[in-house]
Design a protein around this ligand. Structure first.
Ligand code: CA
Length: 424
């Protein structure tokens, strides 16, 4: 009798556990209510217009346990979802060696060449093309810092130029070998004032030319892009383009970051980029943009944009986010030879812990925050002091549980628009 009871109990337990396995994990109750998105159609948006998403932190997010869901609530590969939502390209940054001497990642996705290739392979799996973003640094490069990679420290310009050429060629060959369709390569990231430790244009241009030479050799069909930021600074883009022209830098695309909160009006952006497109016969791209759908933080690490942000040109709402991005696409598409817009890190959401301590452990272990404490040896002033999580989780196209926001439907509605108030 007792044995029979045990057998029954065991059978019941097996039944219960198999039922648990069979049912998909359900994310917690929605934090964002479903909104009906209103999209005004963009006239004459070219069929081949680039709609890109930077996904550089996605591997670290997944390794930290982040899951993404489709609009029906089913777990999905975020690359597939983006393809289904109308994206054409993925962008990925490449850092030379984002690890300390003990092999611990600096964070920000630990975007080594090998991991960038992994992201490229995932993109290719779903028919998404790739934009490669070389920082020529072991960690973040932007207008505030362009630290030379550890392995290139102490090199003279000729040595560094050769190293940069060889690194670019070798890395791109890895993408090629993995079957990744690389259609654009940027040699440097937001190189307003300096590149790879160099501040003089005569030296910067030598590095740019070396990188572009490697791009032409490995992917002759790909576009070579140079990438700057701060279009709101009067005359700055004119000056960069003039320098590039004077030195005969052989590039195809003048790319700009454009964050609506900080980078001036879209009219100004259009004027600055149009001038370069028309004067020098270049294509132009908005290589980074994003906008907040909420003022709230969700991962216990402060965001770059929040309730105290001044003069927000759109409300911090799901509709406000969609409107901002829609308008940037509209603006760019109507610049002569404006060929695309790339959204920055739209899947960099909370790693899901219930406290800073829980999240911190994941950021440190998997590199899913903007910087780990291990980056201090390379970047003591910034990462060494302010390491932590995602500063843009409120600018993602997913809520903190990985469910897509209504605003992600924007990209399928750009050409048709929809009727205000109807279900898109
Ligand atoms: Ca945050």
């Amino acid at each position: 009798m007792r044995k029979k009871l045990l057998t029954l109990l065991t059978a019941l337990l097996i039944l219960l556990s198999s039922a648990a396995c069979a049912s998909p994990a359900q994310p917690p109750a929605p934090a964002i209510s479903s909104e009906t998105l209103a999209v005004k159609a963009i006239t004459d948006l070219p069929e081949d217009f680039i709609l890109g998403m930077d996904l550089s932190s996605v591997l670290s997010e997944e390794e930290s346990g982040v899951k993404y869901y489709d609009f029906e609530g089913r777990e999905t590969d975020v690359f597939k979802l983006l393809k289904d939502c109308g994206f054409t390209h993925v962008r990925v940054r490449v850092w030379n060696d984002p690890y300390d001497q003990e092999g611990r990642g600096y964070g920000g996705g630990n975007c080594s060449p090998a991991r960038a290739v992994q992201i490229g392979r995932r993109a290719a799996q779903y028919g998404l093309k790739l934009i490669v973003d070389f920082h020529y640094s072991d960690f973040w490069a932007d207008p505030g810092k362009q630290t030379v990679p550890k392995a290139w420290q102490g090199m003279n310009l000729a040595e560094k130029t050769q190293a940069l050429y060889a690194f670019t060629r070798e890395t791109l060959r890895q993408f090629e070998a993995a079957g990744v369709e690389v259609t654009m390569v940027q040699t440097g990231n937001e190189i307003n004032r300096f590149l790879c430790g160099e501040t003089d244009w005569s030296r910067m241009q030598a590095l740019l030319q070396a990188g572009i030479k490697a791009v032409r050799e490995v992917f002759p069909e790909a576009l070579a892009a140079v990438h700057f930021s701060n279009p709101e600074k009067a005359g700055a883009y004119r000056e960069y383009a003039k320098r590039l022209d004077e030195y005969g830098v052989d590039y195809d695309v003048f790319a700009s970051s454009y964050y609506p909160l900080w980078h001036g009006t879209q009219e100004n952006l259009a004027a600055a980029l149009s001038e370069i497109a028309e004067t020098y016969g270049k294509k132009v791209v908005v290589m980074e943009t994003s906008y907040a759908y909420t003022a709230d933080d969700s991962d216990f690490f402060a965001n770059t944009v929040g309730a105290d942000s001044a003069a927000a040109p759109y409300p911090f709402s799901v509709q406000g986010q969609a409107d901002a991005v829609r308008d940037v696409i509209d603006t760019t598409a109507h610049i002569s030879d404006g060929i695309g817009v790339v959204y920055w890190e739209g899947a960099w959401i909370s790693v899901g812990g219930a406290s800073w301590e829980e999240n911190h452990a994941l950021w440190e272990r998997y590199g899913s925050g903007w910087a780990s404490s291990y980056a201090a040896s390379y970047d003591p002033e910034d990462a060494g002091r302010y390491y932590g999580g995602s500063a843009v989780d409120n600018q993602a196209f997913f809520d903190s549980a990985g469910r897509p926001l209504e605003s992600l439907k924007l990209f399928l509605l750009l050409r048709s628009g929809n009727t205000v108030g109807s279900d898109p």
